[in-house]
Design a protein around this ligand. Structure first.
Ligand code: ZN
Length: 257
């Protein structure tokens, strides 16, 4: 299973930088988990192929690229974009994004080939298929309705938390997996901003260390969703934890799990 965290931030020369403003994880160049930089950083090949988008929650950094992606493809698309999300998230997208004021309600629009976008609501703790993948969404502990995912292609199983603070249900679900190939876990803020992290339902390296004690697997663990302003600080503090197998997921790199 190939996995790539798309770039979303640029350095002073306009090149993709190793800082993450937006969340969009592309699996096998075919399926996007979250859509933060979906329109901005996908290759032409990915744009041709990605018609399934799985959303963890409706925060802007996870959906910003979704309306733009559909807009880009609107005139030419032959198969509608499938948006997989909980009904709670779909309701937010329809009310606050695709509401004709912020952006067109694409779910009501057609091009010459038919509809351009469809919602595929899923329930938590129940597997659902997305192309060749089997996905299970698990509730996590964020400010708004949010899920993490356990994703399998039949050979490889990947778990990703999305945005979250301390949690138990996710660990119960992930610890039942016989063989995980990788775990992706958020760590948004440095230890000094523990209060802000708590208030906004995110992790710091100190809390991440406690959370990982609840994890019984022994696969590599990659940190994701570090706030770009604190990237260096959080990276240093994660390195200082000295936890074997714990690393920060490299932005733009294609991992093969
Ligand atoms: Zn969030």
């Amino acid at each position: 299973m190939k996995l790539q965290l798309l770039p979303s931030t640029f350095d002073e020369n306009g090149r993709a930088a190793a800082r993450q403003h937006l969340a969009c994880f592309v699996v096998d160049d075919l399926i996007a988990f979250d859509a933060g930089s979906l329109a901005l950083a996908t290759t032409p090949e990915q744009k041709k192929q990605i018609r399934d988008v799985v959303i963890s929650h409706a925060h802007l950094d996870h959906i910003a690229g979704l309306p733009l992606y559909i807009d880009d493809l609107f005139a030419t698309i032959k198969r509608p974009i499938q948006i997989h999300a909980t009904q709670a998230v779909i309701d937010v997208l329809e009310r606050d994004i695709f509401n004709w004021s912020v952006y067109p309600r694409f779910s009501e629009l057609r091009n010459e080939n038919g509809v351009v976008m469809e919602y595929r609501p899923f329930e938590t703790d129940r597997e659902f298929p997305v192309k060749h993948l089997t996905v299970r969404a698990v509730d996590v502990n964020h400010k708004v309705p949010s899920v993490g995912f356990v994703v399998s292609d039949g050979k490889t199983v990947l778990a990703m938390t999305g945005d979250t603070a301390e949690m138990n249900g996710f660990w119960n679900a992930v610890n039942q997996e016989e063989k995980l190939s990788a775990l992706l876990i958020e760590c948004a803020f440095p230890n000094e901003l523990g209060v802000l992290a708590g208030n906004s339902h995110h992790l710091t390296p100190r809390v991440l260390e406690k959370e990982l004690k609840k994890f019984s697997g022994d696969c590599p663990v990659y940190v994701i969703n570090i706030k770009p302003m604190y990237s260096d600080q959080v990276r240093r503090q994660i390195a200082d934890l000295n936890i074997p197998g714990l690393d920060v997921l490299e932005i733009g790199k294609i991992y093969d799990f």
